[in-house]
Design a protein around this ligand. Structure first.
Ligand code: 6PG
Length: 476
């Protein structure tokens, strides 16, 4: 099963032939690279090689790790597509004795970037080279072109970047793959990508709720609305698939599929990591936090059903004359701009705290295709961030104008939702962020007074410089 002569050796290797790993391997083979593959269970390796059909001659399967390593030409590059966490550490530990210093391990799973930071530090001490890359686009993206967010050793990208660019999605011919910074930078960007993904999905679900519960639209009517929106500024993969989900019929019953899906959301946790990171880094990301919270609430179905008995069911039907689908579209545009502004702000703060030179315009550019949050708006974001990467996205002229046009719609939808008992946590958080961002005199002075009253923490004054002032209550 293993290549023995140099001529048969592979240009790259991949461990972990699950859905994502297998599709990535097929993508690499299809682009003409010879790829060595290994899976803990040999049967899976054999089955994968057999199923790879016309690409089989580009694939070099191995039944053991030593044979797998021997089948890759030096300096070796090995992609790990194994479950995030301990499995990655175990795989690195098993590989390390078999590899040379100039070889490269690439963790392409959804790793927590703190783990990737640790592994990068360990690799710097013990070798071999190490990179952590975020791969977005699901199984379809892995097979035909993901967005690839690279982090770690720059010489690692020099070694394998050409393969990653070749297999990535393209936007107007440009690869949606880039090296974004040292250590965990790539996995941090993927984490934020998933936080934005959660928020985008949640806001779409909320406007779906307004149409279903507020307007009484059928799933088919909602599918048509999403289809219309996908022809405008909201054009995106998530709007496109939401229209398809709303329009699909259950093959078993013939009923709208969406009406039969149970309303409890799963989560592997990457969006949660984004919320945790935002809180730890002190950057406001309320829309993303609200989206994670909404998933948590959705999982408490028995509690919500109990609440219906106690308080009466929400939501109440909306006055259809009050809200038109155009306002929902505008509200979603506003919410989306706010959510991306929070995401880029978080990346910028992480870059500052870790000393990474994170190229925000490049991040927007490689998100334009292949990833789950790909959308038309990302091209405008790349332009805005190129003009000034340190400026909050909301203040870029293009987006400031869009927000001036749409924030009233966001307000109307959130208000109608509140009055109708229709929970809109992510859209409400987006409105709160927008309004707070334009409040030059907030109410945090009350917080400072309270803190000083019970903890003598001191405060600053508006009428003079200095810190550590105390209120009259401190006199006892
Ligand atoms: C992607 C996706 C992917 C994510 C799954 C499940 O970018 O391809 O974000 O990485 O893990 O979609 O995500 P949740 O279970 O957290 O919703």
């Amino acid at each position: 099963m293993t290549a023995r002569t140099a001529g048969d050796q592979a240009e790259i290797g991949l461990i972990g032939l699950g859905t994502m790993g297998g599709n990535l391997a097929l993508n690499i083979a299809e682009k003409g690279f010879r790829i060595a593959v290994f899976n803990r269970t040999t049967e899976k390796t054999e089955a994968f090689h057999k199923k790879s059909a016309v690409l089989a001659d580009k694939i070099v399967p191995s039944a053991d790790l030593e044979g797998f390593v021997a089948s890759i030409k030096s300096p070796r590059a090995i992609i790990l597509m194994v479950p995030a966490g301990d499995a990655v550490d175990a795989q690195i530990a098993a590989l390390r004795p078999l590899l040379d210093a100039q070889d490269l391990i690439i963790d392409a799973g959804n790793a927590n970037y703190h783990d990737t930071n640790r592994r990068a530090e360990e690799a710097a001490r013990l070798g071999p080279r190490f990179m952590g890359i975020g791969v977005s686009g699901g199984e379809e993206g892995a097979r035909h072109g993901p967005s690839i967010m690279g982090g770690g050793a720059l010489d690692g990208w020099d070694q394998a970047g050409h393969i990653l660019e070749a297999i990535s999605a393209k936007y107007e011919g440009t690869p949606c793959a880039a090296h974004l910074g040292e250590a965990g930078a790539g996995h941090l960007v993927k984490t934020v990508h998933n936080g934005i993904e959660y928020a985008d999905m949640q806001m779409i679900a909320e406007v779906y709720g307004v149409m279903r519960d507020g307007y009484g639209f059928s799933s088919g009517e909602i599918a048509d609305v999403f289809g219309t929106w996908n022809g405008g500024l909201l054009q995106s993969y998530l709007i496109e698939i939401s229209g398809k989900v709303a329009g699909a019929a259950d093959p078993e019953t013939g009923k709208p599929m969406l009406d039969i899906i149970l309303d409890t959301a799963g989560q592997k946790g990457t969006g949660r990591w984004t919320a945790i990171e935002a809180l730890m880094l002190g950057t406001p990301a309320g829309t993303i936090e609200a989206a994670v919270g909404a998933r948590n609430m959705s999982a408490r179905l028995p509690l919500r059903r109990q609440g219906e008995q106690v308080f009466g069911a929400a939501p109440l039907a909306m006055d259809k004359d009050q809200i038109a689908t155009e306002l929902l579209e505008a509200a979603l545009i506003a919410g989306k701009i706010v959510c991306y502004a929070q995401g880029f702000d978080l990346i910028l703060e992480a870059a500052k705290q870790y000393g990474w030179s994170m190229p925000l315009p490049e991040i927007a550019r490689i998100w334009r295709n292949g990833c789950i949050i790909r959308s038309a708006m990302l091209n405008d974001m790349a332009t805005a961030l190129t003009e000034d990467p340190d400026r909050n996205l909301m203040f870029a002229p293009f987006f400031a104008e869009k927000l001036k046009e749409t924030h009233a719609a966001l307000r109307a939808v959130v208000a109608q939702g509140a009055l109708s008992g229709l929970a809109l946590p992510a859209l409400s958080a987006a409105l709160a962020y927008f309004d707070t961002m334009r409040t030059g005199r907030s109410t945090a002075n009350m917080l400072q007074g309270q803190r000083d009253f019970f903890g003598a923490h001191g405060f600053e004054r508006t009428d003079k410089d200095g810190k550590g002032f105390h209120g009259p209550w401190a006199m006892g």
